[in-house]
Ligand binder design. Structure first.
Ligand code: L34
Length: 283
């Protein structure tokens, strides 16, 4: 048996097309062009690729796309001052500070500084709290993209066992909350989980977001399960996921590839969040 491959690239292109139509509608109705500003501090090679892809997507969709590139030596004070300026700028509807930040900058302070209305990452505690309490708000891009992949692949979640491997604020925790909101029974696993393979084996849906190349093996996967691989690990110049694709795709019924799975969805959902923030600003 061989799994159906969920085509994140194609689904992301469809989302970007829908967002482009929304951007055109907003401009026609209100004369407003969504403005997205991405801030990149330092020269992390992976971050540079992701930010370039974000910039390209926003421009192609017809947004006002701005990338502010700052040296790694930028002080926390200067970064906070920039965020205050962007918060006050009415042409900027979305602000994203690419993570990770250099060690001398406190990420929490930066996340807290972004106006929650412009927080297209959904990382501000206000938006985290809204997600946890089931109120509408900006939802982190990667988990939001995972739900779209599951929906467009026709995967039912109600009453299913969903196993999330990884408990980060960016992916694991919000992904678990979204799966819960769809009535899945959710298990969150992490580095201290006693028997990871046994937990993963119970999953009708497995979301792998730990950042360890090919950690999850085919014989951990319940036959017929859906596997969503969030990992983007570089091994010998090759990009590989947290799932051992070769073995897992023999057991699963649906699986996302790396690259071309969750990654492009993260960027598509960022576009969607930027449109949502701009729409809310004209209400
Ligand atoms: N603030 N920081 C903030 N927001 C985010 O949403 C992110 N993330 C993560 C890292 N830091 C962040 C991203 O943008 C991860 N991430 C991200 C974005 C895009 C891709 C992967 C991770 C992506 O486009 N991946 C492609 C391969 C690109 C390549 O060649 O490296 C893929 O097909 O998976």
């Amino acid at each position: 048996m061989s799994a159906h491959i969920i085509d994140g690239k194609a689904i992301a292109a469809a989302i970007r097309q829908e967002v482009a139509e929304g951007v055109a509608r907003l401009q026609a109705a209100h004369g407003v062009v969504p403005g997205l500003t991405v801030v990149l501090v330092g020269e992390d090679p992976a971050s540079q690729v992701y930010v370039r892809n974000k910039e390209k997507a926003a421009t192609t969709i017809g947004m006002n796309s701005q990338v502010i590139r700052l040296p790694a030596s930028t002080s926390q004070e200067d970064l906070l001052a920039l965020i205050a300026k962007l918060n006050a700028d009415p042409t900027v509807h979305g602000i994203l500070v690419q993570l990770p930040l250099p060690d001398h900058i406190n990420e929490e302070a930066i996340v807290l500084a972004v106006d929650p209305h412009k927080d297209v990452d959904g990382f501000h505690p206000i938006n985290v709290g809204r997600l946890h309490t089931g109120q509408s708000g900006l939802i982190p891009c990667t988990p939001a993209g995972i739900l779209v992949l599951l929906d467009r692949a026709g995967i039912q979640l109600k009453g299913k066992n969903a196993v999330v491997v990884g408990r980060s604020n960016i992916v694991g925790k919000p992904a678990a909350m979204l799966l819960l909101s769809r009535h899945a029974t959710v298990t969150i696993c992490h580095s201290r989980t006693a028997d990871l393979a046994a937990e993963v084996r119970r999953g009708d849906v497995v979301v792998a977001a730990v950042g360890k190349a090919r950690l999850i093996k085919g014989d951990w996967i319940k036959p017929g399960a859906t596997v969503i691989d969030v990992g983007t690990n570089r091994v010998d110049d090759k990009l590989v996921g947290d799932v051992d694709f070769e073995s897992a795709s023999q057991v699963a019924s649906y699986i996302t590839p790396v690259p071309g799975g969750v990654g492009p969805m993260t960027i598509a959902m960022l576009m969607k969040n930027a449109l949502t923030a701009a729409e809310a600003a004209v209400q």
